[in-house]
Design a protein around this ligand. Structure first.
Ligand code: PRT
Ligand code: ZN
Length: 296
């Protein structure tokens, strides 16, 4: 596969928990991506970028080596990779708000746990040996790390280890295996990373464009546009109630002296109880609308 150096290259997980959400993010950023089921690469039809579909574990290497300028990967995979390198060849640009999970220590349900020192002298099975080792060192605990590439939660039952360190989201897998989470090594979500290798001017401009769009998508997801009417004496209290709104626009209402329309972008969700508080503070005709696109 030859790499076209006039285009950007973005490494995404080929198939797994992050695949669809990563593609959705790029689609929301306006990239038209047409893929066939088993394709290893895809071209954005309307933007100078190619996607490379790889195993998530390979994404930090691809980006560090400059094979791909951008990548989307879980912090768990990224930090495990970085723990083994002196100077990682990537930088983290944004947290993406999906793929949330935690790397947790879990012990058999009936075992007691009195903090990290309870693990001293144990064998702990994990697919994240470097992160676990760093955490144990930070806690000053001497324990054996047993590396497994999968099915870590079976280790205590198979007597390969006494406890485990594995990713957890709902906790159902731990429960099904008679384990309980007792400590957290890392909280994780998907992040956008960028290679530290310098780009020529033309591609640096494309990279900035892509980044601006992705930042816009992230900002849009958590934001709402809110409109309401208020009298001048209620204005101050109402503006203070608007969640995450900076500098709202206040416009006089035609034909209603002393009354104003307030428009604001709220950088947080607007819940029903906020609307009730706004109403109680004197707001009327309250409208909350989704934002489709945003560029800061
Ligand atoms: O083939 P490839 O190497 O690309 O994929 P993979 O099998 O290594 O990864 P994949 O697709 O399972 O996960 C990709 C990324 O999703 C991970 O690196 C995390 O960043 C993130 N993620 C989010 C998770 C989970 N949630 C998660 N629950 N990754 C794994 N799990 C596992 C967990 O370890 C448990 O065994 O899913 C199982 C179910 O979890 P519970 O707690 O909901 O029962
Ligand atoms: Zn993987």
């Amino acid at each position: 596969m030859s790499v076209d150096r006039s285009r950007l290259h973005i490494a995404l997980q080929r198939s797994g928990r992050l695949s669809e959400l990563s593609r959705d993010l790029l689609r929301d950023a306006g990239l038209r991506i047409e893929t066939s089921k088993n394709a290893l690469t895809a071209r954005a039809a309307n933007f100078p970028a190619d996607l490379m579909f790889v195993r998530d574990d390979d994404i930090p290497t691809f980006v560090s080596d400059g094979v791909c300028e951008f990548g989307i990967v879980g912090q768990n995979v990224l930090h495990e990779f970085a723990a083994g390198t002196s100077e990682p060849g990537f930088e983290v640009l944004a947290e993406l708000g999906f793929g949330q999970c935690s790397l947790r220590i879990a012990v058999p349900e009936r075992e007691g746990y009195d903090g990290p020192r309870s693990l001293a002298g144990q064998r702990i099975a994990t697919s994240y040996p470097r992160l676990l080792r760093e955490w144990l060192d930070r806690k000053g605990v001497a324990a054996d790390v047993v590396e497994m590439s999968g099915a870590v939660e079976l280790a205590p039952r198979l007597e390969i280890a006494q406890s485990i360190c594995d990713l957890v989201s709902t906790g159902a897998t731990l429960e099904a295996n008679g384990l309980r989470a007792v400590d957290t090594v890392l909280d994780s979500q998907a992040v956008l990373i960028r290679s530290r290798r310098p780009l020529d001017e033309a591609r640096a401009a494309i990279a900035d464009q892509l980044l601006g769009r992705i930042e816009g998508v992230i900002a849009t997801k958590g934001s709402k546009y809110i409109m309401l009417n208020a009298s001048s004496d209620a204005l101050k209290g109402i503006v203070a109630l608007l969640p995450g709104a900076e500098a709202p626009t206040v416009l006089p209402l035609h034909g209603r002296p002393g009354h104003f329309a307030v428009h604001a972008v709220c950088q947080e969700s607007v819940f029903w109880d906020t609307l009730q508080k706004l109403k109680a503070a004197g707001a009327s005709a309250i409208l909350v609308v989704p934002i489709e696109k945003m560029m800061m």
